[in-house]
Design a protein around this ligand. Sequence first.
Ligand SMILES: CC(C)(COP(=O)(O)OP(=O)(O)OC[C@H]1O[C@@H](n2cnc3c(N)ncnc32)[C@H](O)[C@@H]1OP(=O)(O)O)[C@@H](O)C(=O)NCCC(=O)NCCS
Length: 158
Amino acid sequence: MTDHSKAFPEGVHIDKVSSAHAQVLEALHRTSFEKPWAAPEFAQLLNHPGTGGFIAFNARLTPLGFILVRSAGDEVEILTLCVDPLYRGQKIATSLLNSLVADCNSRGGVKIILEVEYNNQPALDLYERCGFGRVGERPEYYRKRGKPSGAAIIMAYS
Ligand SMILES: CC(C)(COP(=O)(O)OP(=O)(O)OC[C@H]1O[C@@H](n2cnc3c(N)ncnc32)[C@H](O)[C@@H]1OP(=O)(O)O)[C@@H](O)C(=O)NCCC(=O)NCCS
């Protein structure tokens, strides 16, 4: 069972994301993904009711990572999650996920779902460690030019 009362790593604080963070989200996303999303995409997403998330900063207010989700009814889908490589391995993603889980628990009866590439071992380990379980698989979900496509593992927390 995940301990949601666990404190964040020293000096780290977590805020709710808003469209005002769009440029920062783009910069963080670029540190972690081959095809990063642009600031206007983040702003557009976050202007939709039901889209939100959490962003982590250190004591110097350096942005470290974020999680973005979309809620529909009693289901919350994780759209993206990343931590700047400079700050990985310090439980930043764990803190972001714990914030999300605590927020969902406070609303009651909310299921969190996500899709992750079958060979993204750090993410699979992270989610399993945070209490998510595998509930399905979508074959050939991730298409990469010139490379074989990869399956998506569907995971859920409820
Ligand atoms: C996956 C990611 C968010 C993890 O961020 P992080 O802040 O380093 O993760 P944490 O420090 O909270 O790690 C918690 C657990 O996740 C697992 N984990 C994290 N990084 C790992 C790695 N490189 N290899 C194996 N397991 C790893 C471990 O179980 C770890 O627990 P431990 O430190 O006790 O071993 C980060 O590597 C990242 O941004 N990757 C690129 C983007 C991505 O793949 N996002 C997920 C898409 S669904």
